[in-house]
Write a protein that binds this ligand. Structure first.
Ligand SMILES: Cc1cc2nc3c(=O)[nH]c(=O)nc-3n(C[C@H](O)[C@H](O)[C@H](O)COP(=O)(O)OP(=O)(O)OC[C@H]3O[C@@H](n4cnc5c(N)ncnc54)[C@H](O)[C@@H]3O)c2cc1C
Length: 494
């Protein structure tokens, strides 16, 4: 055992020598024995965003959390090292958050996975399932079920975490709770999650999935808020802005209803008249009369006449709906393209102004991708975690999430055009963050540590104190751009 550990440490030493060597003599993973290092891997320097491409010096494919612990323990014991480490889940970040320039990327998918089901109820999914649990728990994990069950980070029972210092710790709301809370929504800053015990829910066989269309924003919002006030009846609430006919078609791949009644409205409407799609879903169990529930709910809604459509789909197809959109985009060569996405939490009092400002920023005619907009309820968020929502002094319960999920087609949008989009989003995000609207980025990307301080506001001191405690040398997740790597002499603990 000790020998194995010694060998492992030796391998790390060799790796570090390799990292410091201009010749970069790592040639094959075999040379590094039990710790499975690759010189590099093309996917470690790319992510879903295709905006940031940082090249690591090496990639670790761990076989156990012990491998991760050995690496981080070694780095924190080394006095002069400035090597950084980024865990990479599924690499679905937008701005290189899981990358590490000249550092080490840990590809978490190499850890053996096992699922152990206990009978628990609740649970919250993301819209897209091909993300890693560690990656979504590092952010929040939200969807149309969040109003009912809270984000994924509110549905965690226990975690195994390797801290930035290399300690392997099991934590929960009652055991090592400071680390548990730090890591949830912690942007990978405090530790690497290697195991998670999360709440699940009984899967219904089918889902009644309903879409209703609006041409008035206030009515659309009022109906969304009505739906989230009925968690005993409704299981999912989302919505999106119908910017153009194409955006409706691409958001409807998985929704097998004929929307022909709606198309004339989209075509004949003056360009200034936008439409909004509200969607909700009801789980079908043997004991639910969904038709009756839908009828009861629809009577309370104020959608455009004859503009409600409903379908019945299997629960699997419902959860997997974004995968169908992915397949369709892949067929059009529109999946592996740059994605200048912007996601923001918007306080209810600022949502109308936010929407107007957004529509001045994005071009409705040729916008590619959906613009999601739906309400969440603040009281479903655990305020002990590291995740932040916009502050509210007025006691507003509702906060909106707006996702500008834009694709930049390289055939029509050059690098210059992409940079212009990024610049306009940055400018827009800053304006929307100002006090009047008070919006805050989700899956945030900020140009400097000072912006990050502003992002966390009153929560910054706690965030920085947790960093000093669990990753004092700032080894972890450099791609977020929040802290700079320190050597042992400069530890932020001191
Ligand atoms: C198509 C698509 C759909 C999406 N849908 C949703 C959605 O419905 N709801 C939602 O909330 N989000 C959604 N997202 C955003 C997504 O949740 C985040 O991008 C998330 O980080 C992706 O997980 P990942 O495993 O790909 O993370 P990565 O990009 O691999 O990593 C993200 C960050 O987490 C850190 N990290 C990764 N693994 C770990 C770990 N095990 N321990 C500690 N830190 C770790 C990384 O270092 C990095 O800082 C979507 C993204 C895409 C591209």
């Amino acid at each position: 055992m000790e020998f194995a550990l010694f060998c492992t440490r030796m391998n790390v030493v060799i790796l570090l020598l390799a990292l410091c060597s201009p010749c970069k003599f790592i040639q094959s993973p075999m040379e590094f024995g039990p710790l499975n290092f690759l010189k590099t891997s093309s996917r470690a320097s790319v992510d879903f965003g295709r905006i940031s491409f940082k090249t690591p010096s090496a990639v670790l494919r761990p076989e156990s959390s012990g491998d991760i612990s050995h690496l981080l323990s070694f780095l924190s014991a080394s006095s002069s090292s400035k090597v950084t480490v980024a865990a990479r889940g599924a690499g679905h970040s937008i701005h290189g958050q899981a990358q590490a320039q000249d550092g080490i990327v840990i590809e978490m998918d190499s850890l053996p996975s096992s699922i152990d089901i206990h009978k628990e109820k609740n649970g919250s999914w993301t819209d897209y399932l091909y993300l890693s649990i560690g990656g979504t728990l590092s952010n929040g994990g939200i969807s149309g079920q969040t109003f009912k069950h809270g984000p994924q980070i509110s549905n965690v029972l226990q975690l195994d975490v390797v801290t930035g210092k290399g300690e392997l710790v099991t934590c929960s709301p009652t055991k090592n709770s400071e680390l548990f809370n730090a890591v949830l929504g912690g942007l990978g800053q405090f530790g690497i999650i290697t195991r998670a015990r999360i709440l699940l829910q009984d899967a219904p066989e089918k889902v009644k999935w309903v879409r209703a269309f609006y041409d008035d924003f206030q009515t659309f919002m009022a109906d969304q808020e009505l739906l989230v006030s009925m968690p005993e009846k409704v299981d999912y609430v989302e919505g999106f802005i119908v910017l153009n006919e194409q955006s409706l078609h691409s958001s409807s791949i998985a929704f097998p209803a004929n929307l022909h009644n709606l198309i004339p409205h989209l075509q004949s409407a003056p360009p200034s008249k936008l439409h909004y799609c509200l969607e909700f879903a009801i789980h079908e169990y043997s004991y639910t009369n969904v038709e009756q529930v839908v009828e009861e709910i629809s009577k309370k809604l104020s959608y455009m006449p004859a503009q409600m459509y409903s379908v019945e789909v299997s629960y699997f197809d419902f959860l997997n709906r974004v995968r169908l959109e992915e397949m369709s985009l892949r067929e059009r060569n529109m999946w592996e393209v740059p994605h200048p996405w912007l996601n923001m939490f918007v306080p209810k009092h600022g949502i109308t102004e936010f929407k107007d400002l957004l529509l001045e920023t994005i071009p409705a005619e040729n916008f590619e991708g959906p613009v999601l907009i739906y309400p969440l309820l603040r009281d479903k968020w655990d305020t002990n975690t590291s995740a932040v929502l916009p502050e509210s002094d007025t006691g507003e319960k509702v906060v909106y999430v707006v996702g500008v999920l834009r694709s930049a087609n390289p055939a029509t949008c050059s690098t210059k055009c992409l940079n212009e989009i990024l610049h306009s989003h940055e400018h827009f995000a800053q304006s929307a963050a100002e006090e009047r609207i008070g919006a805050l980025q989700y899956l945030a990307h900020h140009p400097s540590p000072a912006h990050w301080r502003r992002h966390f506001g009153r929560r910054w001191d706690l965030f920085a104190a947790r960093k000093a405690r669990f990753d004092p040398l700032c080894v972890l997740s450099p791609g977020q751009g929040i802290f700079s790597r320190a050597s042992r002499h400069q530890s932020i603990e001191d």
